[in-house]
Design a protein around this ligand. Structure first.
Ligand SMILES: Nc1nc2c(c(=O)[nH]1)N[C@H]1C(S)=C(S)[C@@H](COP(=O)(O)OP(=O)(O)OC[C@H]3O[C@@H](n4cnc5c(=O)[nH]c(N)nc54)[C@H](O)[C@@H]3O)O[C@H]1N2
Ligand SMILES: Nc1nc2c(c(=O)[nH]1)N[C@H]1C(S)=C(S)[C@@H](COP(=O)(O)OP(=O)(O)OC[C@H]3O[C@@H](n4cnc5c(=O)[nH]c(N)nc54)[C@H](O)[C@@H]3O)O[C@H]1N2
Ligand code: SF4
Ligand SMILES: [Mo]
Length: 724
């Protein structure tokens, strides 16, 4: 209480020429509350302080968050639209000249019209991202389908949340990343966390996780690396990359065998148990140990602890989802909660750590190839009709569904897609199998890139449009709990940059579709439309208003009318979102990763993140502190493995897979399995680990297998490629 009073007092203390603007961090799904400090004499952002009054982070922030404000007035900001006058320089940052908005927009629209005239409407494509507000994400889907009238739109969440989405939809009939609010985490008795490096990727969750143990509860972690989270765990299930499905089935086998299941819950609220029970009968601890490499005793103990815990939450992240069976992994771990009935009540449930700032909201409102706002699905004619009606277009005008992000690059190469409008993503770093992706971008007849910095992807563009950062616009995001929150404009639009929604409205107008894009009040009008259009969908935002968000520190969807307080806990009424109200327990046979180690490529390569950088690194590699802390990518190798290859800590070696190779400096580290190596993916060009990754796609989510492929290390001769 005293702390509350203290923070209330200091929170509003500012310097004489300073105001605080209450908003949220630009980076991960935690969406930590922060105040931007604004100098009122110059009206510029000069710093940040954490917000103690936001219940998710309670005043905590990580190294990215406390330096995020430095993006806003960074000298690398693009100031004016850029047009590449010399197309021969494609693939470089050369050949761009500054232009007026009028000239840039006219050029874009004339090219789009010309290409559509020759090759049909679907020759255009849109590839977007979810570092944007709900307002922008929603508008981007409408911009593609109504403004440009193309079927080809997909987004970077395909590489992020798509397996969680597909798994949750299949198991629970709804895709909200967490069934409980984050304020439940520290009150549970057991956290079972698979494939998450929360200590580096969702750092402000950690105080809740430690609190579970402080209260006498348990932490179980499944990860091939001994992350800080794994090191503090009661049990570290140190599995081989790509073997989660065997582990999850093994947990189920033991929960059933030990009588830790809830038969009443299973019979009243689920389908599929008998079939699943039969399937997991063969997943004995010995069999699971053979596949995963985890000691038998650890498997038994983990199942026992989870089974006995009165309340427990199963959590996971990209470690299990970015596999060619990511969807199955999600459903298989969700099975644990369903057979034990530890779901649909406070302090028990399942949760994925949503990745990007608006990774949740951005996947609900129509940026996905097969989905429309409110989480409507294009497979259902009545859903398509509902949105066509809401948008006021004849249903015949609604484009067909498109295809997934990685598959779009194939269509660029075969010239089905000839133009790309890229925003809020940097696929020339973040997509798998880079050699293929870069070739595809290069093959385009025309490409627009919208960003506030030049990026590796902008090098392939014909026109680059400068946009505003998160701190220069109003709007909402939906955090990893499903809580809709507000971002506020703290500074005027930088130089000549414009928000993504402004640009899309201008292009739509010039494409002759202006009547569908009338938003006098900008984000507020777009949000009003989003609310209306989402009504009746699974992700129903119709009862959420800006005022209600302000009054309640956010509102959880679904929220069906203005008197509805929102839904922090899902399924309290034990009603799941399938038509019969039941959840699905899924029988999922084990299958190995798409590529297993062999004599030529004997190691398992897995990829991910470090605390100091964010995604493709385009935002964080420019922040002096973050760059100084982690300047270059490192290849993590177990000391025994290093010895076997005759390589030493600090040495530069060649890492190679069937798709590509790159030179990395070695970091020997005992906290990784000897059969596994790890590289973070925040760097581009010849340092990009995605030159090596496997684009094998999950059949349901179309998620690439970023987390497991076969690799070899080649020692370099003295002097050979020693300088990166
Ligand atoms: N610092 C930082 N934080 C971030 C981000 C960032 O770029 N930097 N990005 C944000 C985004 S968009 C995302 S999606 C999240 C990602 O957050 P996380 O998923 O937590 O991060 P990753 O490093 O991709 O992978 C997580 C863990 O999976 C483990 N792993 C690898 N292979 C396997 C496997 O086969 N099975 C299991 N069980 N584990 C495996 C890795 O060793 C790693 O510790 O982070 C968000 N937060
Ligand atoms: N090997 C490997 N590859 C991976 C992963 C992995 O674990 N391993 N993880 C995958 C995951 S989970 C993700 S989320 C993806 C992310 O990969 P990307 O989508 O490439 O991620 P970002 O670096 O966020 O790219 C965003 C770009 O948009 C800009 N930007 C930021 N905000 C805005 C905005 O509001 N508007 C516009 N127009 N631009 C903006 C930024 O400056 C940046 O250049 O990478 C995936 N790739
Ligand atoms: S934990 Fe995520 S939201 Fe919070 S400060 Fe760090 S990057 Fe920002
Ligand atoms: Mo992500």
């Amino acid at each position: 209480m005293q702390k509350d009073k203290f923070f209330k007092e200091i929170q509003n203390k500012t310097h004489p020429n300073e105001k605080l603007v209450s908003t949220h961090c630009s980076y991960c799904g935690m969406q930590c509350g922060m105040n931007l400090r604004v100098d009122t004499t110059t009206n510029t952002i000069i710093g940040v302080e954490p917000r103690y009054d936001f219940p998710v982070n309670l005043g905590k922030m990580c190294p990215k968050g406390v330096t995020a404000y430095q993006q806003v007035n960074h000298p690398d900001r693009i100031r004016k639209p850029l047009i590449r006058r010399n197309p021969a320089l494609k693939g470089t940052l050369e050949g761009f000249e500054e232009a007026s908005w009028e000239e840039a927009l006219s050029l874009i629209v004339s090219k789009f019209k010309e290409l559509q005239g020759s090759y049909g409407k679907d020759t255009l494509s849109v590839y977007s991202g979810v570092s944007m507000t709900n307002e922008k994400c929603y508008l981007t889907g409408k911009f593609a389908r109504v403004g440009l009238q193309t079927r080809y739109i997909d987004y970077n969440g395909r590489f992020c949340m798509s397996s969680a989405a597909a798994g949750f939809n299949r198991s629970l009939g709804i895709d909200r990343g967490s069934t409980v609010p984050w304020t439940d985490l520290h009150e549970t008795d057991c956290l079972f966390i698979a494939g998450s490096n929360a200590s580096e990727c969702h750092p402000t969750s950690m105080f809740r996780i430690w609190e579970v143990q402080n209260r006498g509860g348990y932490l179980i972690v499944a990860d091939p690396r001994e992350t800080p989270l794994a090191r503090r765990a009661d049990i570290h299930l140190d599995l081989r990359p790509g073997t989660d499905l065997a582990l999850a089935n093994g947990m189920l086998h033991l929960l059933i065998k030990n009588g830790h299941i809830d038969e009443t819950f299973i019979s009243q609220h689920t389908n599929g148990f008998e079939e699943t029970k039969e399937l997991v009968a063969s997943f004995t601890p010995e069999y699971v140990s053979d596949i995963t490499g985890i000691a038998v005793e650890k498997i038994i103990r983990a199942a026992d602890i989870y089974g006995r815990a009165p309340e427990a939450i199963v959590m996971f992240c990209r470690g299990v989802e970015q596999q060619s069976k990511g969807t199955d992994n999600v459903s298989a771990y969700t099975n644990m909660a369903l057979v034990t009935g530890k779901i649909g009540r406070p302090k028990s449930g399942v949760a994925t750590f949503t990745g990007q700032g608006n990774g949740q909201g951005g996947r609900e409102h129509g940026q996905k190839a097969d989905q429309l706002p409110g989480y409507r699905k294009m497979d259902y004619p009545e859903h398509v009709q509902a949105i066509a009606d809401a948008w006021g277009i004849p249903v015949e005008e609604m484009p067909q569904k498109g295809i997934s992000a990685y598959e779009m690059f194939g269509l660029m190469l075969d010239k089905t897609i000839r133009a790309l409008y890229l925003l809020c993503s940097n696929p020339a770093v973040s997509a798998p199998n880079q050699n293929h992706v870069r070739e595809a971008l290069k093959s385009l007849d025309f490409m627009v890139c919208v960003d506030f910095y030049m990026s590796e992807s902008a090098e392939y563009a014909d026109v680059v449009l400068p946009t505003t950062t998160w701190a220069e616009d109003d709007g909402t995001t939906t955090n990893l709990e499903g809580r809709v929150i507000r971002h506020r404009q703290a500074q005027e639009w930088y130089a000549e940059s414009k928000p993504d929604w402004w640009i899309q409205i201008e292009i739509a107008k010039r494409m002759g579709r202006g009547q569908y894009f009338e938003y006098m009040k900008g984000p507020a009008d777009i949000f009003a439309e989003l609310r209306r259009v989402s009504k009746g969908g699974t992700a129903d935002y119709s009862g959420i208003t800006y005022e209600k968000i302000d009054q309640n520190n956010g509102v959880f969807w679904p929220c069906k009318d203005e008197s509805d307080p929102g839904t922090p806990h899902l399924f309290l009424d034990k009603k799941f979102y399938h038509p019969d109200g039941k959840a699905k327990i899924c029988a999922l046979p084990y299958r190995p990763p798409a590529e297993e180690p062999d004599r030529e490529y004997p190691l398992r390569l897995t990829t991910g993140r470090v605390v100091y950088h964010y995604l493709s690194g385009n935002q964080t590699r420019r922040i002096p502190f973050l760059k100084a802390m982690y300047p270059d990518p490192l290849l993590e190798v177990h000391p025994d493995t290093a010895k076997k290859y005759g390589i030493e800590h600090g040495e530069r070696v060649l890492l190679k897979t069937r798709r590509g190779e790159a030179v990395y400096q070695v970091k020997t580290i005992a906290a990784i399995r000897p059969d596994t190596v790890f590289v973070a993916y925040h760097w581009g060009k010849e340092e990009s680990i995605n030159l090596l990754t496997n684009p094998a796609l999950d059949p349901y989510s179309k998620m690439p297998e970023f987390k497991a492929c076969a690799a070899q290390i080649i020692k370099l001769e003295k002097g050979e490629r020693q300088h990166g």
